[in-house]
Design a protein around this ligand. Structure first.
Ligand code: CTP
Ligand code: CA
Length: 220
């Protein structure tokens, strides 16, 4: 039996998508998390599968159904997400939509007690999954990052594209009520400049981005 969506402009292509937040434990019952519903990443994964791609969706903790035709791998921490992305390679393209926690702490083995006062947290940096993939010999031909910014959106996104070695950055302004919502207004930052897309549903943004990805890798 053929998977739904296995025929289309992305047939035969493998695309890795990260989505959702990561959770970094501080003790057995508490985590440090990023805010992300995972909706935009799941919409992109579903749209890519609908164009025929084999999609590996590496998902942080979210409450969402797996899109049709997508192979989903659930992870909790940034380190687990990095390992799952590594294990999914090679890929023709990768779309890193996840809101990865930039730092982690060494979790306490026992529950921290309130009576002991606020715990001192010793942070260490998490791997930068996108930047590491950009520098990897197995780098996918098309590497797409996301940038959720609250200010200087376009300048921050362009700087991020250079710094991380991504081909494209999809930037959005999260100073409003985008987080967790159904709609999104994004800017696509490429080597050729910036395009601002109209505000649309996350599903529609996913379809537009999937079309662009199909177009970009069709001749490879
Ligand atoms: N990213 C990643 N691994 C990380 C951090 C970020 O793969 N440890 C990816 C995200 O999935 C996204 C892109 O990098 O595609 C940009 O993430 P962002 O948090 O905006 O970038 P940072 O370099 O962490 O910058 P900031 O200081 O704005 O958080
Ligand atoms: Ca970050």
């Amino acid at each position: 039996a053929r998977l739904a969506g296995s025929v289309g402009p992305l047939s035969g292509r493998h695309i890795v998508v990260t989505a959702g937040p990561t959770h970094e434990p501080i003790d057995p019952v508490r985590v440090i998390a990023n805010r992300s519903s995972g909706k935009q990443g799941f919409a992109i994964a579903g749209a890519l599968a609908a164009l025929g791609a084999r999609v590996t969706l590496v998902a942080g903790p979210v409450a969402l159904a797996t899109p049709t035709g997508v192979i989903r791998q659930d992870v909790t921490t940034a380190q687990e997400m990095a390992e799952a992305v590594d294990a999914a390679l090679p890929a023709d393209a990768a779309v890193m939509v996840a809101a990865v926690a930039d730092w982690r702490v060494e979790p306490a083995t026992q529950k921290l007690k309130k009576r002991s006062g606020p715990p001192p947290l010793e942070w260490q940096p998490n791997p930068d999954i996108l930047a590491d993939l950009a520098a990897d010999p197995r780098r996918p031909r098309l590497l797409v990052g996301f940038a959720a910014e609250t200010h200087d959106v376009l300048a921050e996104a362009a700087a991020k594209r250079d710094r991380k070695g991504a081909d494209w950055i999809v930037a959005n302004d999260v100073s409003g009520d985008v987080m967790g919502g159904e709609d999104n207004q994004v800017h696509l930052v490429t080597a050729d400049g910036t395009e601002s897309w109209p505000a649309a549903s996350k599903a529609e943004v996913g379809r537009l981005l999937a079309d662009r990805i199909a177009d970009a890798i069709k001749d490879q």
